[in-house]
Ligand binder design. Structure first.
Ligand code: FES
Length: 120
């Protein structure tokens, strides 16, 4: 049987001294992984709705495919515009530059194989 692709997560924010690192199957959304850890106190990441609409789970990502282009969904864009983290031009752009400076919401981040650094 082929091995399941995995994502190596390196998570750091909220005043953590050391990043939390672990490997997880590359499926689903980042929020689904961090929600449990945040819930049992292992990770000081704030989240609220878990649905991609409130913007509480703001993160910044670093991965091997950067710099690249990201087609961000309209729901995530709208929340980020409301938070004044994206402007109107970015709201309507076909692509956004995928760099460590691009704000993202953990509720909208799909886990891909490889290493993913998450900062907040
Ligand atoms: S927790 Fe609300 S957008 Fe992610």
């Amino acid at each position: 049987m082929p091995e399941m692709p995995e994502t190596k997560l390196i998570l750091q924010g909220g005043g953590m001294g050391e990043p939390l690192q672990f490997t997880t199957p590359s499926s689903g959304l980042l929020i689904d992984v961090v929600r449990e850890l945040a819930g049992d106190g292992q990770l000081p990441l704030y989240w609220r709705c878990g649905q991609g609409t409130c913007g509480a789970c703001l993160v910044y990502l670093q991965h091997a495919d950067q710099p690249g282009e990201l087609v961000m969904g309209g729901k995530e864009r709208n929340v980020l515009v409301r938070m004044r983290l994206l402007n109107e031009a970015q709201r309507v752009a076909a692509y956004l530059p995928d760099t460590p400076a691009l704000p993202r919401l953990a509720c909208h981040v799909h886990l891909l194989p490889g290493e993913l650094q998450v900062h907040w």
